[in-house]
Design a protein around this ligand. Structure first.
Ligand code: COA
Length: 334
């Protein structure tokens, strides 16, 4: 028997990005500082990953502090007060307190009493957050949503691990998603492949850590070669599908902003997608390393700061990582 008819929520007809913000930790760490512990060299790291330097957070640059700093910039550009934020979504895998969600602390520090929760989809977390936020705005459960990607991966990376020590880094990026005159967030293409969850993961679970005789941080471990192949050969298809579902072709794009995992993965995707020469490609990984959930907004911010991206540009985002989780969508630069 059908129940009572409920009033359904109604949202804004269109959702768009209203503001963008970033926080890069103060301390610049060149390859020279990380290669000794892994018997590597600046040349090897640059040639295999394109990374020249990265930023590591200092003790005062906590996950919360970096998230708040990036968010303030995003709110300012959006012209939206913190009190108008109905929901704060923080994508991260490196907030080392199990509960409560850092999103609640970020919301409080900013001055929002909106809903607040963390999202765990590793390097794809920010693009997951943008997809959810746009659906919330269009669906009516929030008018303005703050989406943050933030990581302190230096806390959970083993500096002696040859496969990860030179890759992972720290930082934060944020966007405000809200109503717009036209849609500025296209349909998301997303998914996961849990059968290959072993390829990037924490080395062990906290109970095993505590049961061991010499407890140590359950650092990230990665089968780099396998991850490389998956990302380089599969993610171009995911990105192309997001473009198609937005009703666009590569000629319509101004910017390609893939997750900053490795310059060679970015190059392989750009080749596979046959991106025209006019499309500017984010290459923030050279100076920022791989900052997981923070990498896409940081890379977009770099393009804007360098004058390679302008408000109104059309950008294709694609992010992928542990899970294996991935998400892609087209956005209009705020
Ligand atoms: C990590 C990565 C750069 C390693 O490059 P690779 O070409 O796959 O390297 P391999 O592991 O196959 O090792 C190749 C050789 O380099 C050596 N090597 C591995 N790490 C090294 C290091 N840090 N420094 C110097 N040599 C190293 C290996 O011992 C091996 O030597 P051999 O040929 O004599 O046996 C690469 O796999 C990668 O970037 N993967 C994707 C990682 C990524 O983006 N992850 C994030 C996704 S979210």
């Amino acid at each position: 028997m059908p129940g009572r008819v409920l009033t359904a929520p109604t949202g804004a007809p269109h959702a768009t990005l209203l503001g963008l913000g970033a926080y890069r930790p103060r301390r610049v760490v060149p390859n020279a500082e990380v290669v000794e512990a892994i018997d590597s060299s600046d040349e090897w790291v640059q040639q295999r990953s394109g990374i020249k330097e990265r930023r590591f957070a200092s003790p005062d640059e906590t996950v919360q502090m970096m998230a708040v700093a990036a968010s303030r910039q995003a709110l300012e550009q959006a012209g939206v007060a913190a009190a108008e934020i109905d929901c704060v979504v923080v994508a991260t895998v490196s907030h080392l307190v199990q509960t409560p969600a850092v999103a609640a602390l970020v919301a409080h520090e900013l001055g929002s009493q909106g809903a607040a929760f963390d999202l765990s989809a590793a390097c794809a977390g920010f693009c997951h957050g943008v997809a959810l936020a746009a659906d919330m705005v269009r669906g009516g459960s929030a008018r303005h949503v703050l989406v943050v990607g933030v990581e302190r991966l230096s806390d959970i990376t083993d500096p002696t691990d040859r496969g990860t020590a030179f890759i992972f880094a720290d930082g934060a990026g944020a966007v405000v998603v809200g109503p717009g005159e036209a849609d500025g967030v296209g349909p998301v293409v997303w998914g996961s492949d849990g059968a290959r969850a072993d390829l990037i993961r924490s080395r062990e679970d906290w109970r095993d850590v505590l049961a061991s005789e010499s407890p140590r941080m359950p650092h990230l471990v990665m089968q780099g070669n396998e991850v490389f192949r998956w990302a380089a050969f599969t993610m171009a298809g995911v990105a192309s599908e997001a473009l198609e579902r937005a009703g666009l072709t590569p000629d319509d794009l101004d910017l390609f902003v893939p997750h900053q995992a490795n310059m060679r993965i970015t190059d392989a995707m750009a080749r596979a997608m046959k991106l025209p020469a006019h499309v500017r490609i984010a290459r923030d990984v050279a100076e920022q390393g791989n900052t997981s959930a923070a990498s896409v907004p940081l890379a977009l911010d770099r393009l804007v700061r360098d004058g390679d991206a302008r408000s109104g540009d059309t950008a294709l985002l694609v992010a992928f990582g542990a899970g294996l989780a991935y998400a892609a969508q087209v956005v209009t630069v705020p």
